[in-house]
Design a protein. Sequence first.
Length: 626
Amino acid sequence: MGYVGRSSNGKIAGYGALDVVLEGLRRLEYRGYDSAGVAVVADGVISSRKKSGKLNNLLVELEENPLPDSLTGIGHTRWATHGGPSDQNAHPHLADGGKLALIHNGIIENFAELKLELVGKGVTFLSETDTEVAAALLADIFRSKLNGDVSDGGLTRAMQLACQRLEGAFTLLAVHADQPDVVVAARRNSPLVVGLGEGENFLGSDVSGFIDHTRRAVELGQDQIVTITADTVEITDFFGAPAEGKEYHVNWDPESAEKGGFASFMEKEIHDQPDAVAQTLLGRSDIHGRLTLDELRIDVELLKSVNKIIVLACGTSAYAGQVAKYAIEHWCRIPTEVELSHEFRYRDPIVDGNTLVVSISQSGETMDTLMAVRYAKEQGAKTLSICNTNGSTIPRESDAVLYTHAGPEIAVASTKAFLAQITAAYLLGLYLAQLRGNKFQGEIKDILADLGKIPAKIQRILDNEGQIKDLGRSMADAKSVLFLGRHVGFPVAMEGALKLKELAYIHAEGFAAGELKHGPIALIEEGQPVFVVVPSPRGRDSLHSKVVSNIQEVRARGAKTIVIAEEGDEAVKAYAEHVFYIPEAPTLLAPLLATVPLQIFALELAQAKGYDVDQPRNLAKSVTVE
Ligand code: F6R
């Protein structure tokens, strides 16, 4: 966060920089929370406080050691990359004899080489971070190249020169005691937005940092520097040439970024899911059941000529991609691969002009996925982004975008974005089938009608969540939980396991049910809890009966079986310790329902263990480093 405000008669009117920055950090804390720090400029002096741990630790520190009132400030919450999460490594980092403060997101890849050079010039370092190297470089340029002269650009010019020497991904924000009314920022491969106010301006990693103050935002381009004062916003490239940002209106409701009465953001977001799916479907088909995805803005002929699809994503979004594969291949008959973004880049993938690369990302900022998309583009592929964050980097750099309309997802563990991603992937699959004539219009209309019924069915699961909540609480002592599924139930099983790992810190594993007998069944011992996602008995009969056999196999070896099955499926009862029924849905659409009890289970179990479900340890919402 960065802020510059204007005084009224030399006094701070209403609120100061620290209030704005801390409030912004509170909203942005989901991005990283292993330490936090702030710096303000007051009376020509930089004052800074920083503390390891969550933002609250910094607030306590500020109570004990308050900062002076100020109209210029920066603040940061960190997710450690170089150097552990200590007070020392927290940002801001100071340089120029304490006159310059700098905060940073990302990784500076050539920091070791720069550090050697600076140490050679007599600079000493207090932390293990790459950030302190950037601060020292900026200070060195400000002093030795510009002689500390603030008349001709000063800090802005120094930032331009420093960025020319930095490699890697970074958002940098800096303040200097000699330029008390200015915050200078730079971005390369890492997010940064400007908020435009009246007599005040803001900088944030995303707009939620300042939506309480303004809805006018400016999106910065790649390799740009921005200098804000209370009344001005000036943008240049790294070489000082004037540049322009793109202004847009933020239509997020600040309320929707709050918890809405639930105990945690995650619980709220699980309950937002009927809406997230409904909003993602909204306005994308006409009354004849024809999909109208004109917003994709991609040449229809090009889509028709696609002969291979590669889905790229990480974590939960990659599981959405796996569901997409089943649907797209079934509906469109286009070979579809799903690959973790970070693996894709390094294996010499076969990609050409007829390949459609579909990236899936909630944040639109995941560095692994961004780099994979760039690589695919270089290889000549057409790129389409399924994304939840308007204006973020991945959709901006893709040829086409299909936004999920889940609304802001604050809890680190993804829930509503997952269901919205699956929904968007279905829409894409059906659209391709429509364009290429793989399905009759009537068939597409019927599937859309089935999809339209899903939000109410999710709501039914939520209205009856008591049973799964009780089970979650009762299993707080579980040491390991396994999840089995076949076909689209397989990615659902893996997502169920991931939720439990990341929220409750329990060993959990998702397996393809058919794979069990090839090894993992050795894990089953007396009392081992095993969730089984059972497909509809009305769909492909062989699939259902195979999964029922798998339940019997693990049960015979002592497993405690917990079954997610479709209403009316009596066959599973005999083999299940617990059965959770979900409403009927066509096999391919069932993940939108079967996932929900698994999310609630993980949430309840983690809460019973007393963990912070919104901010699990070691994680960050937006993984903007590779
Ligand atoms: C898990 C989770 C992560 C993300 C992954 C990709 O609950 O949230 O696994 O899905 O880091 O993030 P996005 O979708 O923002 O690219």
